[in-house]
Design a protein around this ligand. Sequence first.
Ligand code: SAH
Ligand code: SF4
Length: 443
Amino acid sequence: MNERDSEQVARMFVQNGYTLTTSESEADVILMNSCSIREQAEQKALGKMGLVSSQLQQHRPHVVYGMMGCMAQSKKEELFKEIPRLDLVIGTQKYHRVFEYVDSIVRQRQEHRMDNLQSAFSGSHVIDVAEEVDSQNYIKDHLNPGERSTAFVSIMQGCQMKCAYCIVPYTRGEERCRPIADVVDEVKMLVDAGVKEVTLLGQIVNRYGREFPLVDGKGGFVQLLEAVHEIDGLKRIRFVSPHPIGFRQDLVQAFTYLPKLCSHIHFPMQSGSDRILKLMRRPYKNEAYMELCVQMRQARPDLAITTDIIVGFPGETEEDYLETRKAVEEIQFDNAFIFRYSPRRGTPAAAMDNQIPEEVKEARNQDLLEVVNKIAVRKNAELVGTVQEVLLEGPSKTNAARLAGRTSQNKPVMVEAGCEHIGEIRPIRIDESTGFTLYGSLC
Ligand code: SAH
Ligand code: SF4
């Protein structure tokens, strides 16, 4: 989601005559889009911005520094103290305003530079973290869509579930959806530019348009999927993340009649223990979660399921952890992101008793990772010798002679093929698996 928001900001700069650079030492403006989901993410962003701004201070005093996103939203003015050279703090509903703010500082500094007033380069302290009605509708433009075969499309912003551990409802505001027609127009524009696959983004995508009237018994999200599915030239649709709450049969059934919907779902489970789910304020039981997995696999037999799991939530006993482990073994996830619980300011879980020691979290993390990896490696090995439809996305990062692509199940495949095949969906014979990556050749 941050990548997508950053792309929107970058696009506004490019549209207005700025040039993107990959080198910090060349930049006149350095913007960082921050994530607050775990403490580590915040520390990384703070450390990086602090370091870069102090390194460049002497030789490039005119550089404008901005912090955007969730940490900007929640830390507000405090960030100016933590990063002395910071000029802007821009919240999650104001991405579309970043350009005007930055451009006016750049212009002021250009004038002062001509006057040689070094003092004018000290921090400007622009802050905008207000809410803005319909801000979700501004995340709609893309950078060079003609150069890629996949794209993210943000269909909604915010979340009001208030899971006990999660900072998102406090940083991203209330759930707000974009109109179906706007999303369809955006996807059409992408497809016209050459994009073959879109991933629809939201905190709980299956709550998209829940206030829309049902059409043939189908809710807003399935209506959106059907509308996007109709777009000629679009080959694949993905979405992330769905939530067991409000995951209705219309979405399960969508896997039977929408062939462009990929055979993969990233379906966060968080815990296999009902006691912990309740403490987490995740309003479902493990049995209901598992039942949905079974139903989706019935609807789409080759469906890959991946998940998010938090270990070491306050009060998680060894028995609770073992229930999570058991659920992972039963469901046989294709992969999982395992997170050590990270206390977040202002969330109910941060104030709970029975915080779990870091070494226990670490041990559970490692143990679960072993279980997950073993299943993932076995599932990948089973694909050797089969033929998979792979979207060839671009040159491999590690070996430019190969193309990197993904199967419908979202498994990465490195393919011996030339650049002329970029953007094609081709049957690929899987020759080898090195555990997490598959290697294949054109059939
Ligand atoms: N809206 C999505 C999740 C978005 S956050 C959903 O509810 O499914 C992505 C993941 O980060 C979550 O699924 C959760 O596993 C993890 N996460 C969120 N807050 C966390 C915290 N305080 N500590 C550790 N992991 C956390
Ligand atoms: Fe966070 Fe829960 Fe909302 Fe997901 S559903 S973003 S975990 S509060």
